[in-house]
Design a protein around this ligand. Structure first.
Ligand code: ADP
Length: 153
């Protein structure tokens, strides 16, 4: 089963919609394998957003990500990376499709509620960046047999 990193950004915490967003992942049938609140800093954001470091808005994004603590989640499921990205929607909340998290909750290209890993490879790198191994749990929810057919799981 795949694992992916979700971050509930300050735009989710500040607007007090973290519970609603977590609930969407739970209702979809994704398994929450790790979850913690943390205050991000320059060091972790320089790594996490290294692909944006030459963009003019890089300092602004970092400040936005440090505005409040965030909630980091390790979310598991079959094809979890692609499923969570689809639930998240495109980067700009104004362009994200209704029904997606960004499409339903964001009007901004920056204040877009959630981060979600964009590939299986990056998910592994990002989970290792945000979680210690002992902070991610292996368990089978009692609903498991209703989440997947026997030949899927
Ligand atoms: P995504 O989060 O959809 O994978 P990126 O990795 O390209 O997108 O960007 C990381 C984050 O940086 C975005 O989620 C958004 O908060 C911010 N960002 C990206 N592009 C812009 C932009 N043009 N203007 C403002 N913020 C941006």
């Amino acid at each position: 089963m795949e694992a992916t990193l979700v971050i509930l950004k300050p735009s989710a915490i500040g607007r007090a919609i973290a519970g609603e967003i977590i609930s969407r992942f739970e209702k979809k049938g994704l398994i929450i394998a790790g979850m913690k609140m943390m205050q991000l800093n320059d060091e972790i954001l320089d790594e996490h957003y290294a692909h944006l470091k030459d963009r003019p808005f890089f300092p602004r994004i970092k400040a936005s990500m440090m505005a409040t603590p965030v909630v980091a989640m390790c979310v598991k499921g079959i094809d979890a990376v692609q499923v969570v990205r689809a639930m998240t929607g495109v980067t700009n909340g104004r362009k994200a499709a209704p029904g997606t998290i960004r499409g339903d909750y964001s009007m901004s290209g920056q204040e877009n509620i959630v981060h979600a890993s964009d590939s299986v490879e990056n998910a592994q790198i990002e989970l290792a960046r945000f979680f210690k191994p002992e902070e991610m749990f292996e368990y089978r929810p009692t609903s498991f047999n209703y989440l997947y057919a026997s030949d899927e799981a």
